[in-house]
Write a protein that binds this ligand. Structure first.
Ligand SMILES: Cc1cc2nc3c(=O)[nH]c(=O)nc-3n(C[C@H](O)[C@H](O)[C@H](O)COP(=O)(O)OP(=O)(O)OC[C@H]3O[C@@H](n4cnc5c(N)ncnc54)[C@H](O)[C@@H]3O)c2cc1C
Length: 380
């Protein structure tokens, strides 16, 4: 019997565990999931939750409800991986041994590195607690200047700050205080999104909606006493509310185990999803250094390749299935409309999706149901 150990039970870890459970027999493959949290969050909903108060339970599910009963879940953290012994040290003091290891530990939100989180005027929407605070501040907001900016690159869901700007514009109009508010989108590039064709569309919509785009802003720090955000180049902008994307890094366990780059993202082969220069270790999702977006869609489209490669290795064959970088991503432009980006390692976003569509907006809305009922369960 082979033992597959999965570190991290976010979308990547749970969907891979469920796929493996469906494709193998109990007597042949044992599957163990190491995950400290007892709930899975549908993160795309955080963006919408920032603007409307409803129970978190509407977009979270207990791990026990989404995990295949064949998978053994140990509710603890991994602290160190020793690939020479094929062992993982856990924070409960135990050591677990593996035949195959899957790293799916996601990205760590380094809120403290902003130096101003949980301040009344400095917010983000990347974790539930922070989003709840943002929600409260927004509902008390009566006008002024709101700045939106990433702090570092890469970050999860590259269009999320653009989407936040669009939803904020909608929200303020509904509340009748849009004319009392300036929205400025600060971004490190010379365009408002990394892909030129998408940036062009976003900037066209920004112009129509009166969202000011500030190019080449590389975040450095926040002066919370004077309510200013400062760039590496020395530019300063005053705010009444500042909404940042928090710095993203790999998890401690990756840094402690020498498996990552400078930021702690796992060195991963972009085609096979094997951890570079290591035997029997794979990585998936936001924890990797893959040259694609950190998104649930990437996890979904790459999980089939990862599972096929592990199953091949278990059968004594080589791991030669390849992920082609395929992903699909919505860019919400209002509470009703969205763009749809469809791209891969081999082609940039297809033109057909770069228009502001009510249909794509509808797809985005119903996606939450598919997420918990189909994708997390590993049916696709
Ligand atoms: C606001 C927002 C909007 C988004 N919108 C979209 C979207 O529209 N479309 C899209 O495709 N994606 C979107 N994403 C991104 C998507 O949610 C993530 O890319 C996806 O959830 C990544 O899953 P993951 O399992 O790789 O990482 P995570 O979900 O971060 O899961 C990692 C898990 O590992 C666990 N872990 C961490 N350290 C350890 C350890 N030492 N030992 C054991 N376990 C550990 C954590 O507890 C966590 O449960 C969005 C994200 C945000 C924040």
């Amino acid at each position: 019997m082979k033992k597959v150990v999965i570190l991290g039970g976010g979308f990547s870890g749970i969907s891979v565990a469920n796929k493996l459970a469906m494709k193998t027999k109990r007597k042949d493959v044992g599957i163990v999931l190491i995950e400290p949290r007892d709930h899975l969050v549908y993160e795309p909903q955080l963006l919408f939750w920032a603007f409307k108060n409803y129970p978190l339970s509407k977009f979270t599910k207990p791990v026990t409800k989404v995990l295949n009963p064949r998978v053994t879940w140990i509710q603890t953290k991994a602290t160190k991986i020793d690939d020479t012994q094929r062992a993982v040290e856990l924070s409960n003091g135990e050591t677990i041994y593996y035949d195959y290891l899957i790293i799916a530990t996601g990205a760590s939100m380094e809120e403290d590195k902003i130096g101003a989180t949980h301040d009344d005027n400095v917010h983000h929407f990347y974790l539930p607690k922070a989003t709840e605070e943002l929600q409260k501040s927004l509902s008390n907001f009566e006008g002024g200047t709101i700045l939106i900016s990433p702090t570092t690159i890469p970050f999860k869901c590259p269009p999320a700050p653009n989407e936040f700007a669009f939803l904020l514009d909608n929200y303020l109009r509904k509340r009748g205080i849009r004319d009392k508010t300036k929205i400025k989108f600060l971004y490190p590039l010379l365009r408002a999104y990394p892909v030129p064709s998408v940036a062009e569309k976003i900037q066209e919509l920004y112009e129509k909606r009166g969202i000011e785009f500030v190019e080449f802003f590389n975040f450095e720090s926040v002066d919370k006493d004077n309510k200013k955000v400062i760039s590496l180049e020395g530019d300063e902008f005053e705010y009444d509310m500042l909404v940042l994307v928090p710095p993203h890094e790999g998890q401690e366990v990756i840094k402690n185990s020498g498996l990552g780059d400078r930021e702690g993202f796992v060195h991963t082969d972009r085609f096979t999803l094997k951890v570079k220069e290591k035997e029997n270790i794979y990585a998936i999702g936001d924890c990797t250094d893959l040259p694609v977006s950190k998104s649930g869609a990437v996890s979904h489209f790459s999980s089939g390749t990862l599972v096929k490669n592990i199953l091949s290795e278990i059968k004594g064959k080589s791991a030669n299935h390849k992920y082609n970088g395929k992903t699909i991503c919505f860019v919400v432009t209002s509470f009703r409309r969205s763009l749809l980006l469809d791209f891969s390692y081999n082609y940039p976003p297809r033109r057909y999706g770069i228009h502001n569509s009510f249909i794509y907006g509808l797809f985005k809305k119903v996606f939450k149901i598919a997420f918990f009922q189909v994708l997390v369960k590993g049916y696709m």
